[in-house]
Write a protein that binds this ligand. Structure first.
Ligand SMILES: Cc1cc2nc3c(=O)[nH]c(=O)nc-3n(C[C@H](O)[C@H](O)[C@H](O)COP(=O)(O)O)c2cc1C
Length: 196
């Protein structure tokens, strides 16, 4: 429980990234995500070392495709970030749109797998963050990682070792997010306190 409750995302990451054995352990937890119909939609492309600069260039090119007006400063920042993360796990979704299991359930299984990756990283003393942005919807970028339509990307997990101890995450009171049902639609404490 301590591991689950203390996890926090960070992109302030340095070496080391997980080694091959650790990575396989981490991905094994991803493959334990619930998976309606056993469609196994999870795919992971590992980017490290020299390949990071190709990732960075592909991401910049994708950014210009989806948002041609992006200022040079932002492109440079993004290139630098992508090229220097100790490891990036590209999250792929191997999808079957025609299957009787709805697409959204297949996508949620990938998301559940990603959550396990973040928790497993933290459990082993590593850190990470799941990032996305409009480039995640770019079919050209997806294809560069082997995900031709109908397969798609679910984002990127930056991976490494946090450069400083993680600050304790703020944790909302679970009571605001739950309701004991009495047969009528509940109003959640969280929604009472915060206007939508
Ligand atoms: C599908 C998905 C995409 C996300 N994309 C981004 C992103 O592009 N940039 C970003 O800063 N955070 C993004 N986040 C949020 C971070 O992963 C993270 O949840 C957030 O920084 C809060 O940190 P915490 O996990 O410590 O609560 C995304 C989260 C999800 C679930």
């Amino acid at each position: 429980m301590d591991v689950l409750l203390s996890r926090a995302s960070t992109d302030r990451l340095q070496d080391p990234a997980p080694d091959r054995a650790q990575l396989e352990q981490i991905l094994a937890t991803a493959l334990r995500a619930p998976d309606h119909g056993r469609l196994q939609p999870w795919r992971y492309v590992i980017v490290q070392g020299e390949a990071r600069s190709i990732l960075a260039e592909n991401v910049v090119a994708s950014t210009l495709r989806v948002a041609p007006q992006t200022p040079q400063f932002n492109l440079d920042k993004r290139r630098q970030r992508m090229a220097t993360m100790p490891m990036t796990i590209v999250l792929g979704m191997h999808l079957h749109p025609e299957h009787k299991i709805p697409l959204w359930e297949q996508e949620m299984s990938v998301a559940a797998g990603a959550m396990n990756i973040l928790n497993a990283l933290h459990a082993l003393g590593f850190g990470g963050i799941w990032v996305s942005g409009p480039i995640t919807q770019d079919p050209v970028l997806a294809a560069q990682f082997g995900f031709e339509a109908p397969h798609r990307l679910a984002g990127f997990v930056f991976v490494g070792t946090p450069d400083n101890p993680l600050p304790a995450p703020t944790r909302p009171d679970p009571a605001g997010f739950m309701a004991v049902w009495d047969g009528t639609p509940p109003v959640f404490g969280q929604d009472r306190n915060h206007a939508p």
